[in-house]
Design a protein around this ligand. Structure first.
Ligand code: C2E
Ligand code: CA
Ligand code: CA
Length: 763
């Protein structure tokens, strides 16, 4: 064939290949083959994480041992003696026993001589390990800190092992020797064996250079050989060191396999998970004829292309298909992600306009998912999302589409529909499905769901408008007792209002429209006023006094709370300084202040500016402040200054107990809901009693909030609460009123009092 013909044929075939790939990509998400690709990729990812974790824990042990070498021994002359000492032996034995995967740990000096070992037998005579690849690699290359050896079989025991070695540097950074751990590969093999569910599945742990370190199901046969044949797509992809899916013929069983590769994150190696194409093809259910034709077309294309030197076109196509799958699906639930959802929404919109058949868009949001995540941990959160996804999927028809479009947000395209009733029916079915608590992280969790829906025929002229309508409905649903709203034009767009509110807040801060009210807190031991809690108000030019719950959330979302919070601290401290008596002042801190501000600096500034002694300041935080290392350190420094830290709204969060354990609070504020319920509900009484008991044990004081009746006050006294706060004692009042209140209390105290006078009068 003349060259020109070859080239144009090449172009043609490449074009055909592209079309073929396009068809595959479009169909990718619906067919089983694509799902299998996703499964393989997910499994490779999961095993990569576990394997990295296993190596990391081994490396951690080595690191720990090296960290114990005293500075003085990090010199060539001292190292040998240190390594050979009994104390070092004890450390090495302890370290090697700390992880079952570690068989032994050895110390080797710069000349390659074995100088210390966890092996119980003493080292008799000089043993040199200069011939080992670990020594050669680490001694030759000073920039190499870690080395993973090829696998070996120990003849005496038949064990398959590997060594992970780290170089040890002296105080000047020169090579001093190495620490070598011998690892039992059985631990990796067992990990992989657990996942060998599908018949043709194979899992391989390979080193960057292709050497097989562990393999299931054939550990023995392939140990130490290379996973690839030279000059194959597998070799090239492993060299590239990024997650991929490729198709290649394995030399191990001579079968064509779909291989998912995932490099390890911290070590020079990776995981390959594969299944035979034959098994995958046998399982597929999609329209065989259409795909058969495409496959035929592709084969023709590939044959021609390879004739032209365009090798591995098929590989490229498969990779494109799998990349398309991965970028359009959520790994956790395997549902379509936001990107695919938006594509489908557009497509469904066009189809609906053409066919005249209506469809509904549902947006779903899990209530308080963030709290669940924070309280039970991310693993439980993930489990929960998976359960919800499964339950939702079970309620849908084949023609509907379910997608995960955000952390805790799902979307359903219900298509087609014949009327509003059908939309409501689906909502009811979904809500019923969520009535059963979900088990996640070993506990039962009730998950609430808010649903907003909109109809294509009436609620939006474009996909974007329809999304907005469903979104407005969702936001209305969040404050709806039924947890569901179908869009109508009368629903207020609360977010537009929110944006307006944020604008107004900003100018409120500039114009000092905020004001602090102070609510007295009564000491139940002395029956004297103990102090006040500062509560912010917004003196709106037209709306009057706005309570905090109406603007704090917006201030938090916009981050304005950071500046408002600084003002609150300064104002509260300054006011407390002006009081006739040295009472305490309690200030609420928002979690957002911890994220956006150096809270310590803000508090210090307020104290310095006002001259208020730190011991008069109490900072109230709720469980929504995440006790990260940084936040905990801040709280500790504040305590160090002399301020106290109170845990507010105790008992209303998801993990009050564990939260309490994570920081030595000075005080627990028992939430009003328990106080309110204490007369009727024995549960509330029990919780109050237990909380007070716990606080006593932990040497913390307690304030009961929301005390409205004498009866409650009496019961709280009996239960042993340290302080009480609530309308019975006094309502929050402005700066002047509180000054007068404190002054009255002061004078009342100076005149003799009758014991039976109600608390309010005494305060
Ligand atoms: P909180 O910290 O639990 O404050 C106690 C709330 O209970 C106050 O509502 C108070 O007025 C109210 N309260 C006090 N006694 C009684 C009673 O006997 N019965 C009833 N039903 N309610 C009572 P307020 O002032 O509306 O504050 C609500 C929440 O807003 C506060 O709850 C706090 O979480 C937040 N907040 C208030 N001021 C600030 C502030 O300066 N900064 C920050 N970050 N949050 C604040
Ligand atoms: Ca509070
Ligand atoms: Ca509270």
């Amino acid at each position: 064939m003349p060259d020109t013909v070859l080239i144009s044929l090449g172009l043609l075939t490449a074009l055909a290949a592209l079309i073929g790939a396009g068809v595959l990509v479009v169909r990718g998400h619906t067919d089983d083959f694509a799902r299998a690709e996703g499964d393989l990729a997910n499994l490779a990812l999961a095993l990569q994480e576990r394997t990295d974790g296993l190596f990391k824990s081994i490396e951690g042990v080595l690191h720990d041992v090296v960290g114990r070498i005293p500075q003085a021994c990090l010199r060539a002359g001292e190292f040998d003696g240190f390594a050979a000492s009994q104390a070092t032996k004890a450390v090495l034995v302890g370290a090697s026993c700390s992880l079952p995967a570690i068989i032994r740990i050895d110390l080797v000096n710069a000349r390659g001589r074995l100088v210390g070992t966890s092996n119980p037998r003493a080292i008799d005579g000089p043993i040199y390990l200069t011939g080992t690849s670990a020594y050669q690699a680490l001694s030759a290359d000073p920039s190499l800190a870690l080395y993973l050896s090829e696998p070996m079989r120990i003849r005496a025991t038949g064990r398959r092992v590997l060594s992970l070695a780290q170089s040890i540097k002296d105080t000047e950074g020169n090579f001093l020797g190495l620490i070598v751990s011998t690892i039992d590969l059985a631990h990796f093999e067992t990990l992989y064996k657990d996942h060998l569910k599908a018949r043709s599945l194979a899992i391989t742990l390979y080193r960057r250079d292709g050497i097989i370190l562990a393999h299931g199901p054939n550990p023995e046969r392939v140990l130490g050989r290379r996973i690839w044949k030279p000059d194959t797509p597998l070799q090239r992809m492993i060299a590239k060191n990024s997650p991929t899916l490729i198709r290649d013929v394995s030399w191990i069983d001579r079968q064509e396999r779909l291989v998912a590769l995932h490099p390890l994150a911290g070590y020079p190696g990776g995981i390959a998970v594969s299944r035979t194409i034959a098994e995958l093809m046998a399982g597929r259910r999609f329209e065989a004829r259409l795909i058969g034709f495409i496959a035929y077309l592709m084969d023709v294309v590939i044959d021609t292309a390879s004739l032209l030197g365009l090798k591995h076109v098929r590989t490229g196509i498969l990779r494109a298909a799998s990349e398309s799958y991965l970028s359009r699906h959520d790994i956790l639930t395997r549902l379509p992600n936001r990107m695919l959802f938006l594509e489908e929404l557009k497509r469904t919109f066009v189809v609906s306009q053409r066919s005249g058949r209506d469809f509904a868009l549902h947006l779903l949001d899990l209530n308080r998912f963030k709290d669940i995540n924070d309280g039970y941990g991310h693993a439980a959160g993930d489990e929960l999302i998976q359960t919800v996804a499964r339950r939702l999927r079970e309620r849908l028809r084949k023609s509907d589409l379910l997608a995960r479009i955000g952390g805790d947000e799902f979307a359903i395209i219900q298509r087609p529909i014949r009327g509003r009733q059908q939309v409501r029916d689906l909502v009811t079915a979904v809500q019923d499905a969520m009535k059963i608590p979900c088990t996640a992280g070993g506990t039962e969790i009730d998950v609430g769901l808010s649903i907003g829906a909109a109809l294509a025929s009436s609620d939006g002229k474009t996909p974007t408008e329809l999304m907005r309508a469903a979104d407005v409905a969702l936001h209305a649903a969040k404050s709806d007792p039924g947890g569901y709203r179908l869009y109508d034009v009368n629903i207020k767009d609360t977010r537009a209002e929110r944006r307006a509110l944020e604008g107004a807040l900003k100018s409120a801060l500039d114009n000092t429209e905020f004001e602090l009210f102070y609510q007295p807190i009564l000491d139940l031991g002395t029956n004297q006023m103990w102090g006040c809690e500062a509560l912010v108000r917004w003196k709106h030019p037209t709306k009057g006094m706005v309570p905090p719950l109406q603007f704090i959330p917006a201030a938090e979302e916009s981050g304005l709370i950071a500046s408002i919070g600084d003002w609150i601290l300064e104002e509260a401290c300054a006011t407390a300084m002006s009081w006739e008596r040295p009472l305490k002042v309690a200030v609420n801190l928002s979690p957002v202040q911890f994220q956006r501000r150096d809270v310590f600096a803000s508090v210090k500034k307020a104290l310095d500016a006002s001259g208020l002694p730190a011991r008069r300041l109490v900072l109230e935080i709720t469980e929504s402040v995440k006790l990260t290392e940084e936040a905990t350190a801040t709280l500790k420094r504040l305590k160090g200054l002399g301020a106290s830290i109170a845990l507010d709204d105790f008992g209303t969060g998801y993990a009050s107990m564990s939260y309490l354990r994570s920081f030595p609070f000075d005080k627990i504020k028992i939430d009003q809901s328990f106080v309110r319920g204490m007369m009727e509900s024995s549960d509330s009484r029990a919780i109050i009693k237990a909380t007070i008991g716990l606080a006593n044990d932990l040497k913390m004081s307690t304030t009961a909030e929301g005390v409205e009746t004498e009866e409650q006050l009496k019961a709280l006294r009996l239960a042993g609460a340290s302080q009480a706060q609530g309308y019975l004692i006094a309502k929050p009042m402005d700066r002047e009123a509180i000054a007068a209140f404190i002054g009255d209390g002061q004078r009342a105290q100076q005149t003799p009092q009758d014991e039976s006078v109600p608390a309010r009068a005494v305060a």
